[in-house]
Write a protein that binds this ligand. Structure first.
Ligand code: TRP
Length: 498
């Protein structure tokens, strides 16, 4: 029933095209936007170290497993997993990995498109010279104004979704190969140029230390969960995106070498992005923990200070938008490929997937304005500062702490406080929930399921045949996939839950 679907989507021209497409998928907002801001929120160095460990221990072995599955199945992740689970007599649960991935894909695409829309806005802001000679205040206000305009955000989200649908509808091969071949090298040149600038800023040393001096006291269980989740997000793992691309990979290409190249380039781009952004943060007395606006409030200052910066900045945001574009395509591809295998025309399938993700994206658009105060998992803490009568030290003493599954934070803040007490509120908006659910829960769970399936349930000769690596490489990989990767994921999960 499934054999006629095999290979119906075509094959990449060569191993290098797969590398380009996979790097196009992996390198995106995750590297340039998300990595620096979560590093900033989680205290820097120690977080970076944990992230690198997660890439090595869980990311790379699972990535090899995912591409291996795709190339063996030569179908959409949903059908590949169904067929492969049957062939290996695996428990029914494993045939559903593809479905779980498709759901995560919709969630991710919905917010990814909204953030990518911000980069489109910044192309215009840069070109019109908004940031010439701008300081942190101008940069902050420009970003705040953008987030405060739901209609603008909605329009940009719509444009980006149409761009994504356009390429997917043309087919991954024709739509993707050309674009990625041109844009990846340009993005690298641009990052090197910006790194050169960052090195000359007074904050470079501080930025470097922030990223690479490992202060483990700043590391919390939550930040370890975030690091693990991000290692999957940035490598496009755990939802079938890279599995779908693996399905179009030539049979004779070496999997291990290819994956190492992809993971290395992806990690390099993230680290360079951090080394560009943090020196600017410290040179201008900004906050590393500024959250999702970090990239949008730091880089424009750098461009504003450079001669010809408006042009360089315009080009830069064009490249970031293209990087996001080539990633968004891979997020949608598994669901579209599945629908095509079901007999739906590629164009129709694309419209269905994009419209669904677009509708969900409206929630993310509103999270930054109208719904900003509508939050879930809200903790409200009231504290007072007490001065130690002996040492004179001032410390905060928690008076009460309350938890609400849902709360309107504006209403919470409207309740008057007793004199001398302070209130802190933390909760999650619609966007925060989607982000947390996908990156920190669904992707690692998908990765865990893939590791267990390929490591424990797939016959050894089957994985060995597909990998075609030399004996030692195969054994090291298999050992990591069977033991290190699942244990690392489980350990982090269980700690995170407690
Ligand atoms: N890796 C991309 C980035 O870093 C985003 C992405 C593309 C992705 N495909 C994915 C994330 C699949 C998770 C799953 O921006």
């Amino acid at each position: 029933m499934t054999s006629d679907k095999r290979g119906m989507h075509g094959i990449w021209a060569s191993r290098w095209t797969f590398i380009l497409a996979a790097v196009g998928s992996a390198v995106g907002l995750g590297n340039i936007w998300k990595f620096p801001y979560i590093t900033g929120e989680n205290g820097g160095g120690a977080f970076v170290l944990v992230y690198l460990l997660c890439i090595l221990v869980a990311g790379i072995p699972v990535m090899i497993a995912e591409v291996l599955l795709g190339r063996r199945g030569r179908m959409s992740p949903i059908h590949t997993m169904q067929a492969e689970a049957r062939r290996q007599n695996a428990p029914r649960f494993f045939s559903g990995i593809g479905w779980m991935g498709a759901v995560s894909g919709f969630f991710i695409l919905s917010f990814y498109s909204v953030i990518a829309g911000w980069t489109l806005a910044y192309i215009g802001e840069m070109a019109s010279g908004t940031f010439n000679g701008a300081d942190a205040t101008v940069a902050g206000e420009t970003f705040g104004n953008l987030l405060g305009s739901p209609w603008v955000l909605l329009g940009l989200h719509t444009i980006f979704m149409i761009m994504t649908g356009f390429v997917i509808a043309r087919g991954v091969k024709h739509g993707l190969e050309d674009g990625v071949r041109l844009m990846m090298p340009l993005l690298f040149v641009m990052l090197i140029l910006l790194l050169g600038y960052a090195i000359t800023t007074p904050g470079f040393g501080q930025g470097w230390n922030f990223m690479f001096s490992f202060d483990f006291s700043k590391l919390t269980t939550e930040s370890i969960v975030v690091a693990l989740g991000h290692s999957f997000f940035t490598l496009s793992l755990g939802m079938g995106a890279i599995m779908a691309y693996g399905a179009y990979m030539p049979s004779e290409a070496s999997l291990t070498k290819t994956i190492f190249t992809v993971a290395f380039l992806d990690t390099l781009v993230a680290l360079v992005a951090g080394l560009i952004i943090f020196p600017i943060v410290f040179s201008h007395g900004m906050e590393p923990a500024a959250g999702p606006g970090l990239m949008f409030q730091t880089l424009p200052i750098a461009f504003g200070a450079l001669p010809g910066g408006a042009w360089i900045g315009t080009a830069f945001f064009v490249l970031v938008a293209i990087a996001a574009w080539s990633s968004a395509i891979s997020i949608a591809e598994p669901a579209v490929a599945w629908a095509v295998e079901k007999g739906i025309k590629r164009g129709t399938a694309t419209i269905m997937v994009c419209v669904l993700a677009w509708v969900l994206g409206v929630g993310t658009v509103l999270s930054f304005n109208e719904w900003g105060d509508k939050q879930f998992f809200v903790t409200e803490t009231i504290s007072e500062s007490v001065t130690d009568p002996v040492s004179g030290e001032v410390s905060a003493k928690t008076l009460s702490s309350s938890f609400h599954l849902y709360a309107n934070t504006t209403d919470l803040k409207a309740v008057p406080l007793a004199e001398g007490t302070e209130r802190a509120i933390s909760g999650k908006t619609f966007f925060d929930i989607l982000d947390f659910l996908t990156a920190n829960i669904l992707l690692p769970l998908g990765g865990l399921a893939i590791a267990v399936f390929v490591g424990w349930l797939m016959r050894r000769e089957d994985s060995a045949n597909e990998l075609q690596a030399d004996e030692t490489v195969y054994n090291v990989w298999r050992f990591m996939l069977r033991f290190l990767s699942p244990l690392a994921i489980l350990f982090i999960f269980i700690n995170g839950l407690l």
